[in-house]
Design a protein around this ligand. Structure first.
Ligand code: PRP
Ligand code: URA
Length: 214
């Protein structure tokens, strides 16, 4: 399967995103810088991911004259981070769309089986009318993303985009197969997973690096 040619998969080649990801990878990059880079990459990816937002013409009075001018149409966005690490991307997308509502999906990976364990889900209503942007920096086996999107669809979510910073080919393929209708935005596609289902070369545990735990 040639993932690069699949519809609904968008893998960034933007130099700013690649540069910032390289700094995140360094093991000496500390929590403050790591968190700031997570936000900045989310904003850059969000700029691309939201390029198809619908517009409507509205009347505006400038200091010179009245004109019709485009503004974002429709219900506001829902940003839905997968806890914990997805939280680090929220402010970057919110900076672009300050009116966005934020839902949360709590999930952790079992260290042995690598299967996701959901523990929380709260989405802004009416979820079926919103464009939903799911955020998680790491798409590894894809289990967490697939399960999170299953939960969103079960609650009525229809138009869904998924944004991550680093993906493994295994996770990208699994997510695309499970949810071919979901547009997937990837900052960088890495080589593979290791035996512990960590992304190689990756950046380690994103949640621990964002929140300074471990
Ligand atoms: C990490 C990451 C993803 C998940 C990816 O979260 O933030 O949610 O692993 O792995 P997968 O694609 O194999 O499911 P983790 O479970 O470590 O929880 P945390 O964010 O609370 O640290
Ligand atoms: N979760 C992470 O935070 N990093 C990985 O490499 C895989 C899953």
């Amino acid at each position: 399967m040639d993932l690069y040619n699949e519809e609904n998969i968008f893998i960034s080649n933007h130099p700013l995103i690649q540069h910032k990801i390289s700094i995140m990878r360094k093991k000496e990059t500390g929590t403050n810088e790591f968190r700031r880079l997570t936000e900045e990459i989310a904003m850059l990816e969000g700029f691309e991911a939201l390029a198809d937002l619908p517009l409507k013409e509205v009347e505006v009075e400038t200091p010179i004259e009245t004109c019709m001018t485009p503004m974002i149409a429709g219900k506001t966005l829902a940003i839905v981070p997968i806890l914990r690490a997805g939280l680090g991307m929220v402010s970057g997308v919110q900076a672009l769309v300050p009116s966005a509502k934020v839902g949360h999906i709590g999930m952790y990976r079992d260290e042995e089986t690598h299967e996701p364990h959901p523990y929380y889900c709260k989405l802004p209503s009416p979820i079926e009318e919103r464009l939903i942007v799911v955020t998680d920096p790491m798409l590894a086996t894809g289990g967490s993303a697939v399960d999170a999107i299953n939960q969103i669809k079960a609650q009525g979510g229809k138009q869904i985009k998924f944004m991550c910073i680093i993906a493994a080919p295994e996770g990208l393929e699994r997510l695309h197969k499970a949810h071919p209708d979901v547009q997937i935005y990837v900052g960088h596609l890495d080589r593979q997973l290791n035996e512990a289902a960590y992304i190689c070369p990756g950046l380690g545990d994103a949640g621990d690096r964002i929140f300074g735990t471990k």
